[in-house]
Design a binder for this molecule. Structure first.
Ligand code: C5P
Length: 330
């Protein structure tokens, strides 16, 4: 007889944050989404998701427990939707079939700030999709996995297989790039003010509706460089150009005007170009190493304590030092 506990050994997945090194918005599509051209890299900063097949006496539905940053009610979490969509896609086609796959008991440690432009929720969803399949011993071919991922959210396909990538379409076209070499450091400062992605894209559509073309040129150039493998020092040498290579920046500051003085004050404290990740409100600066980023994080904490950064939102900003890892997440 097989040991029933063996089935309860959880599957564990790290769900990394992402950074948009460039983000060109090409225009609005008929479906209301926008076509993008973006070079994205995963970060070492990651949520941790564990998934276990729930013992039958626990009831018939999936359950999710969340720790760390407040991600709102677990019932609304994209992780549970991802497991639901994975269940539908698998149907009876799994080793214990032809019946449906069993419910899962999930545990999520949120280490990535929520709704911050760092892709945490999308990454959790990709980890949930992939982890659920492994927990059930089920398989979906790449096309179906990508379709389910794209259905869950625009950023989800990027996270499915990991690594740096050029993102096109609304996010569903993912072309893997060799990546950034040498583990440069990244400082992330996330104001506690809410800035929903949909509101930023709406403000973008109401204003220009498309970028001015220069961000796209930067993005295409960077995609070539990251495709060949871009060394950390060469990335840092481009920080000034990259900090301006986000077509959503004017829309984000229109939605959250306090971001302008906040970013300016951060530049004064750090003396380095400060970029916006995705639709924000997270701001980033680049460093030669994670240690250097950690030193800079200390300087920002001191500035916050001294009142040298304007307050934005209803709490203190999240200040995190991380790296762009050369290899897969550990
Ligand atoms: O796909 P996701 O749920 O992450 O997108 C959130 C919102 O951001 C969408 O409802 C849409 O308004 C906007 N969006 C967009 N074009 C994209 C991605 C997102 O307009 N490529």
């Amino acid at each position: 007889m097989t040991d029933p506990l063996a089935r309860l050994t959880p599957v564990v997945r790290l769900a990394p944050a992402k950074l948009n090194l460039t983000l060109a918005v090409l225009g609005r599509r008929r479906d209301g989404f926008h076509d993008l051209h973006s070079v994205m890299v995963p970060l070492a900063l990651a949520d941790r998701l564990s998934l276990a097949v729930a013992p039958p006496e626990r009831g018939a539905s999936d359950s999710l427990h969340v720790e760390g940053f407040d991600a709102g009610p677990p019932a609304d979490n994209l992780v549970l939707r991802a497991v639901g969509e994975a269940r539908l896609a698998v149907g009876g086609d799994w080793p214990g079939g032809p019946g449906p796959v069993p419910p899962l008991s999930l545990r999520l440690e949120k280490r990535i700030p929520v709704a911050a432009g760092l892709g945490g929720g999308s990454s959790d969803a990709a980890a949930a999709l992939d982890g659920a399949l492994e927990a059930w011993g089920a398989e979906l071919d790449t096309g179906r996995r990508t379709a389910v991922a794209a259905w869950l959210g625009s950023d989800v396909p990027f996270f499915l297989d990991g690594g740096a990538a050029l993102i096109e379409g609304r996010g569903e076209r993912v072309q893997r790039l060799r990546g950034v070499l040498g583990n440069p450091g990244v400082l992330l400062v996330t104001p506690s003010a809410a800035l929903p992605t949909s509101a930023v894209f709406k403000a973008f559509a109401d204003r220009a509706g498309r970028g001015d073309g220069s961000v796209r040129m930067t993005s295409e150039h960077l995609a070539g460089e990251v495709g060949a493998g871009l060394r950390g020092p060469d990335l840092i040498a481009r920080a000034g150009v990259l900090a301006a290579a986000n077509d959503l920046l004017p829309a984000a500051t229109a939605e959250l005007p306090g971001l302008v003085p906040f970013r300016r004050a951060l530049f004064r404290v750090l003396g380095r170009p400060v970029g916006l990740s995705g639709s924000g409100p997270t701001l980033w600066t680049l460093y030669p190493s994670e240690d250097d980023a950690a030193t800079a994080a200390g300087a920002v904490r001191e500035a916050v304590a001294a009142g040298a950064l304007p307050s934005l939102g209803d709490g203190e900003p999240a200040i995190l030092a991380t790296t762009i890892p050369e290899g897969p997440p550990r």
